[in-house]
Design a protein around this ligand. Structure first.
Ligand code: MN
Ligand code: MN
Length: 474
């Protein structure tokens, strides 16, 4: 009997190398090229609404049709739906029957920001401000003294929608939240970080030239209202039906002498949403039906009719099944439930990257490192796995096999030390249907700050991982 070859000692150890160190020159070049496309998309997609609109435009360019305009579906057909203009779902029909299940990529396209209060405009000591209500978990002090832009929509009589985007062009004005000068900041600086800037002080400066009319009670505010009315035909009351978001006015920029990283607003979770979209758009006639969900409201619990908990995403899958069976009248609930149970999903959201300055909140053996590739998260949740959707070992091994056979490196870990906190994603809302779902994503520094940081090489390997997953998982 031939002697079995003994495994080398070094092969016994799990190695998770830095991918700039282990990748070829060609791979790094491809990553840098992909990063250029990402930065351009990110700059034009700062809000969920803009991201969804740009996703629809990219899909339509490749022949995707609104699913409501299609009666029947066959292999190779491409469809999408807009989820209230703030979420997006798209699919390419596979060669296998849809009833066998879907291969899904999911990410969210909302990011932390400041929303306007319903009655936002006020004048104080000859300055006009917007009152804001922050959205998602932010460190409030980080949002002062940076240039801000205003994005969103307003509705005038008859429900006519007008888009607003001010602060992005070089010639546009920007907006701003003031902070106290250090010379007088002794008392302020002795406060806890969470109390440094109260939420009610996140007031945005929007003007300072009065109407030259002595009969007007608030001439500064009146001048701004007049300006808004001239430009958009709105009055103060129309802010109640407006959806306006204040975001950093900065563009995504290369970071470092070697340009290894990208500093930009909203990497969470557009750094996952962009490659999830691109991986789907790269499919023409896959084996199984491939789907990408880009959801809204993740930062506040995935609620509302555009969040991952909305049945509108489920309806899209229902419609695909029905139309692939020959029409809406062919729908059968049990067949649909079984299709969901046969579904495989990557729920992709950013994770934190180890930051040596804050080493005390991480457990080094179980944390993601910048530029070490996508992180497979067996489970999320906080303190005793609360709120986690735990992936099965069987499913994880299917994924690691696919990644290995496509030469795609990966890393693993948890968010931070168990007692330090934690967080959840959209995976639990999908797992309840019986589908196999795992969390994964790329490491980020300064998550939820106005400008976050990701690594270009991580972004690129995430795209490759998405493609390998939806093309190969069964
Ligand atoms: Mn996220
Ligand atoms: Mn987040």
């Amino acid at each position: 009997m031939p002697k079995k070859k003994e495994i080398k000692t070094e092969e016994l150890f799990a190695e998770y190398p830095n991918l700039y160190q282990s990748s070829s020159k060609d791979d790094i070049e491809a990553a840098f090229a992909f990063a250029e496309e990402y930065k351009a998309f990110l700059d034009s997609s700062k809000t969920e609404r803009e991201f969804a609109a740009n996703a629809i435009a990219s899909a339509e360019e490749l022949g995707y049709k609104d699913i409501s305009d299609v009666k029947k579906l066959k292999a190779g057909d491409k469809v999408y739906t807009s989820v209230k203009g703030k979420g997006f779902a798209a699919a390419v029909i596979g060669k296998r029957p849809v009833a066998e299940g879907f291969n899904i990529l999911g990410a969210h396209i909302d990011s932390p920001r400041l929303d306007l209060k319903p009655n936002p405009i006020y004048e104080d000591k000859e300055t006009v401000y917007f009152k804001t209500h922050y959205y998602g978990g932010i460190k409030k002090y980080q949002w002062t003294t940076i240039p801000l832009a205003i994005h969103g929509v307003i509705y005038t009589k008859g429900g006519k929608m007008h888009e607003i985007c001010i602060g992005e062009k070089d010639t546009d004005p920007v907006f701003y939240i003031t902070d106290l000068l250090p010379h007088l900041g002794t008392e302020q600086m002795s406060k806890k970080g969470s109390d440094l800037i109260p939420a009610e002080d996140l007031n945005v400066v929007i003007g300072g030239i009065p109407l030259k009319d002595d009969s007007v009670k608030e001439p500064y505010k009146a001048a701004i209202l007049k300006l808004l009315n001239k430009e958009y035909k709105i009055t103060e009351k129309d802010f109640v039906s407006a959806e306006i978001e204040i975001v950093p006015a900065t563009k995504a920029r290369d970071l470092g002498f070697d340009r290894a990283f990208i500093a930009g607003y909203g990497h969470d979770d557009k750094v996952c949403a962009f490659p999830a979209l691109r991986a789907l758009l790269a499919q023409s006639k896959p084996e199984r039906t491939c789907v990408t969900f880009l959801t809204d409201k993740e930062e506040i619990g995935s609620y509302a009719n555009s969040g991952a908990q909305s049945v509108l995403y489920e309806n899209f899958l229902m419609e695909i099944l029905a139309k692939s069976l020959g029409g809406e009248d062919k729908f059968n609930m049990l067949t649909f439930r079984k299709a969901l149970a046969g579904t495989k999903m990557l729920s992709t959201d950013v994770t934190t990257a180890y930051d040596p300055k804050y080493g005390s909140v991480f457990e080094e053996r179980n944390t993601a490192f910048m530029s070490h590739g996508i992180k497979l998260e067996k489970y999320t949740g906080s303190r005793g796995k609360s709120g986690s959707s735990e992936a099965t070992g069987d499913f994880i091994s299917q994924i690691t096999d696919i990644l290995a056979s496509n030469s795609i490196p990966w890393q693993t870990g948890e968010l931070g030390k168990i007692d330090a906190g934690g967080g959840g994603t959209i995976s639990c809302f999908m797992a309840k249907y019986g589908m196999d779902v795992i969390d994964c994503g790329v490491p980020v520094w300064s998550m939820h700050a106005p400008v976050e940081v990701i690594s270009k090489i991580d972004l690129y390997y995430l795209f490759l991982a998405y493609k390998a997953f939806i093309e190969n998982i069964k």
